[in-house]
Design a protein around this ligand. Structure first.
Ligand SMILES: C[S@@+](CC[C@H](N)C(=O)[O-])C[C@H]1O[C@@H](n2cnc3c(N)ncnc32)[C@H](O)[C@@H]1O
Length: 285
């Protein structure tokens, strides 16, 4: 292995041209601006692709699998509830709405316009798009998880990386999870004390202590299911472990699993199996 770079991390985007082997840069951005301009465009493009039914070309190969899980999760919660509440930390531009609308064309089990969508995202850009591209839906966004500690929801979803950005202590993350009837997320835990680090986006992350979270989430009537997350093997070292997690009221978790099996065939026996993910010719890292 070559030398690992050291020192402060800067994220950047560089827009320009190459002509006759010569590169000219027209726009160079760093930090949050670079993140918003690149990731924001990517999320908007995915919203368009779901809207057009072009699900084979959304950016992340696991995106449709994740959205199938969100759909099954909301269906699992819907009995006896007039207005479901969907809560996501790291909600980005709330592209989940286009994805659910896409799946609803096939299953027709939800009224997406009746769902309360609540999100936390630290990016002004993402929050602006989340609200203004979905003016026909019920959308509420917060910039900081600390301002959303009162949120109770039917279904919670997050990508592990978003949780690792947003929560720096076990109590805050677990208190939020305990307020959901069903939570579906992946997470890379520290096997011992929490670890503070940076990832490739330049943002800081905290890997929370697995045993502490396990204890805090151990509540009467709720269960936590952890399945080793096969794709992110690279995160599993001496001191970290990545899981696909399902947490919530036992009856709702059961509903979720049976709903998911019905629609996609994913079950506890094969949860997270790469066969549910679009296969690429190369691996993303
Ligand atoms: C991997 S993306 C989320 C993925 C997306 N919502 C999905 O379903 O695929 C991570 C999101 O977390 C947001 N983020 C970064 N730091 C954050 C923080 N401290 N609190 C909340 N969100 C944060 C980013 O702006 C970004 O939209």
């Amino acid at each position: 292995m070559g030398k690992l770079p050291k020192g402060e991390i800067t994220t950047y985007t560089d827009f320009g041209k190459v002509q006759g082997g010569m590169r000219t840069s027209y726009a160079y951005h760093t930090g949050q601006e670079a993140y918003d301009l690149y990731m924001g465009a990517r999320y908007l493009q995915d919203m368009l692709f779901y809207d057009q039914g072009k699900v084979d070309i959304v950016f992340q190969p696991e995106d449709l699998r994740d959205n199938n899980r969100k759909y099954a999760g909301l269906v699992a919660c819907k009995e006896g509830v007039d207005h479901l509440t969907y809560y996501e930390v790291g909600s980005s531009a709330f592209g989940v709405i286009e994805a659910l609308e896409y799946l609803n064309k096939e299953y027709n089990l939800l009224n997406i316009k009746n769902i309360n969508f609540i999100g936390v995202d630290n990016s002004d850009w993402m929050n602006y798009v989340a609200v203004n591209c979905h003016s026909n839906y019920k959308v509420e966004v917060y910039e900081d998880a600390k301002n959303a500690t009162h949120i109770e929801c039917d279904f919670f979803f997050a990508k592990g990386i978003s949780l690792m950005y947003a929560y720096q202590d076990e109590e805050s993350m677990c208190n939020m999870l305990k307020k959901s009837r069903l939570a579906v997320f992946d997470y890379t835990f520290a096997k011992g004390e929490r670890i503070v680090d940076h990832v490739g986006t330049g943002l800081g992350v905290t890997y929370l202590d697995f045993n502490k979270c396990n204890e805090l989430l151990n509540v009467d009537g709720k269960i936590l299911i952890n399945k080793p997350y096969i794709i992110k093997k690279y995160n599993q070292g001496m001191n970290r472990v990545t899981y696909d997690c399902i947490y919530g009221d036992k009856d709702v978790v059961d509903n979720y699993l049976s709903e998911l099996q019905k629609t996609t065939g994913e079950s506890l026996d094969n949860y997270g199996d790469p066969k549910f993910i679009r296969q690429e010719e190369f691996e993303y890292y």
